[in-house]
Design a protein around this ligand. Structure first.
Ligand SMILES: [Zn+2]
Ligand SMILES: [Zn+2]
Length: 205
């Protein structure tokens, strides 16, 4: 009795002093983070990008957090609700890029579900989405699986033309596919089962 109650030195804390001149909370936070300041809350976009393995502009950017049963990245927008609803990461990515996604499907040009690179994503109608799913099929490869109209015969041709210096955007326009799709072919991130140097099939007889 008599001795004034000693308080944590942190301004406006008001909790009793425990050790190192601070209350338990501030002492532990200082040990953990090196500062008594409360951790800055990440914005939604910061939290989103903290879960993405960002690479070169044309590469696939993979979601590093939870995936759903179809391999798409998912996140919970409301961190305070443990069992709250989830959103698909690739949809969020396109939305953060300023694209209106309400009521539309978001399709991957790269056919890589965990990819959230907005340059590989575009919006589509329900019809385009289901055509896409049919094209992809399960355990199918190549032209049956891909979202776009390239055929296996065109792959070596595209690679050769790109190697000869033709611009990917020109090839994309000519083959009627997106630039990321051409990039996937050229940089061999897709269509790896197509031989590099196939023997041309000559018409016989
Ligand atoms: Zn304190
Ligand atoms: Zn991708």
């Amino acid at each position: 009795m008599g001795a004034a109650k000693r308080l944590c030195f942190v301004l406006d804390c008001g909790k009793p002093l425990r050790r190192n001149g601070m209350c338990d909370t501030h002492d532990q936070r200082m040990k953990r983070t090196g500062t008594t300041d409360a951790p800055k809350r990440m914005t939604f976009a910061e939290r989103f990008w903290s879960k993405v393995d960002r690479r070169g502009p044309d590469e696939c950017w993979l979601w590093t957090a939870a995936l759903n049963e179809h391999g798409y990245g998912v996140m919970r927008p409301d961190t305070n609700r443990r069992n709250g609803p989830t959103v698909k990461a690739h949809r969020v990515s396109l939305q953060l890029a300023g694209v209106e996604i309400e009521g539309v499907y978001v399709l991957h040009a790269c056919d890589n579900p965990p990819c959230v690179n907005p340059r590989h994503l575009s919006t589509g109608t329900a019809a385009e989405n289901s055509a896409d799913m049919v094209n992809k099929g399960r355990n199918a490869r190549g032209s049956r699986r891909h979202t776009h109209k390239l055929t296996e015969a065109q792959i070596p041709e595209i690679r050769a033309r790109a190697a000869a210096g033709e611009l990917q955007k020109v090839l994309a326009a000519e083959y009627g596919v997106s630039r990321p799709t051409i990039s996937h072919v050229v940089n061999r991130r897709g269509w790896l089962h197509v031989p590099e140097d196939p023997t041309p099939q000559r018409a016989s007889a």
